[in-house]
Write a protein that binds this ligand. Structure first.
Ligand code: ATP
Length: 276
């Protein structure tokens, strides 16, 4: 997801539902509870409750944080705009800050144009712009973080359209405390590696369009893929289909899955070694 000079793009509305996200029951529930604050905003303001501005999703790579943000956008019938923290890191002072400003402006305009009441802005790798500012030592992108804080502080319950910022990071401890204060990223939702039941659920979701042999046990695959992320499980499904096709098999069989699990596990190892 690196993209130095890439501009942030509005993606077409992604009608992804929470049902298409496997496992993550607690994260989904917490997220829906938070989103209901946005959906029932008149009530919220009647009780004088602070508006929900930001939700932070934290957890290891490939666990479905992006999927959750997309589902949140669909759930609240919002425009969805996504960017990665690294897109705001620029050589020239002020460029990152103006990109942030443009992104919020763009989100408001697109939502208004589409007749929506809200826009979800998703920033993956938010730690890249929201990292700790070490006193005195100004980094060239402190301005970017300051602009993000300014935008968040400028969100009011009565705004139309309303902006909801969803950030994702796998390094929460790196974030500047200013971002974590009430009124900024108000909700923190942990998105962890799936347990066995979650893995089986994710595997079933990705098996929907695939011919599985009758003797395949998804539960057994879930058991054998301990420690795998959702993204890795998606790879297991995909690789097993490739093995089946190569063998000219009519359907995907258990041994194809065993091979695929090994392959994904090995892939991880070589990835790690090559980054050393
Ligand atoms: P990163 O931090 O690396 O950006 P992420 O947590 O945002 O990762 P996603 O981009 O949401 O992860 O997931 C990548 C892909 O992995 C998804 O497109 C999907 O195919 C699969 N995947 C991950 N988690 C799940 C899940 N819980 N249910 C179904 N599929 C999943």
């Amino acid at each position: 997801t690196m993209g130095g000079g890439q501009k942030t793009k509005a993606r077409p509305a992604v009608p992804l539902s929470f049902d298409e996200i496997g496992g993550q029951d607690r994260a989904k529930q917490e997220l829906i509870e938070a989103l209901d604050f946005l959906v029932h905003e008149e009530q919220i303001s009647k009780f004088g409750i602070r508006p929900l501005k930001g939700i932070l999703l934290t957890g290891p790579p490939g666990t479905g944080k992006t999927l959750l943000a997309k589902a949140a956008s669909a759930y609240t019938d919002s425009i969805y705009i996504a960017a990665s923290g690294s897109e705001f890191v620029e050589m020239y002072v002020g460029v990152g800050a103006s990109r942030i400003r443009d992104m919020f402006k763009d989100a408001r305009q697109k939502a208004a144009k589409a007749g929506k009441n809200s826009a979800v802005i998703f920033i993956d790798e938010i730690d890249v712009i929201g990292g700790k500012r070490d006193g005195g030592q100004q980094r060239e992108y402190d301005q970017t973080l300051n602009q993000l804080l300014t935008e968040l502080d400028g969100i009011h319950t009565s705004d139309s359209p309303r902006i909801l910022l969803i950030g994702a990071t796998n390094r929460k401890e790196m974030l500047d405390s200013a971002l974590l204060r009430p009124g900024r990223f108000d909700r923190h939702i942990g998105v962890d590696l799936p347990d066995r039941k979650g893995r089986a659920h994710i595997l079933r979701i990705h098996a929907r369009n695939k011919p599985l042999h009758n003797d395949v046990s998804v539960d057994k695959i879930a058991e054998e893929s301990f420690g795998f992320s959702g993204a890795q499980l998606e790879s297991v499904m995909n690789e097993s289909a490739i093995y089946a096709m190569r063998e000219k098999s009519e359907s995907i069989m258990q041994h194809h899955f065993s091979m695929a699990i090994d392959k994904v596990m090995m892939g991880e190892k070589t990835d790690r070694e090559s980054t050393k």
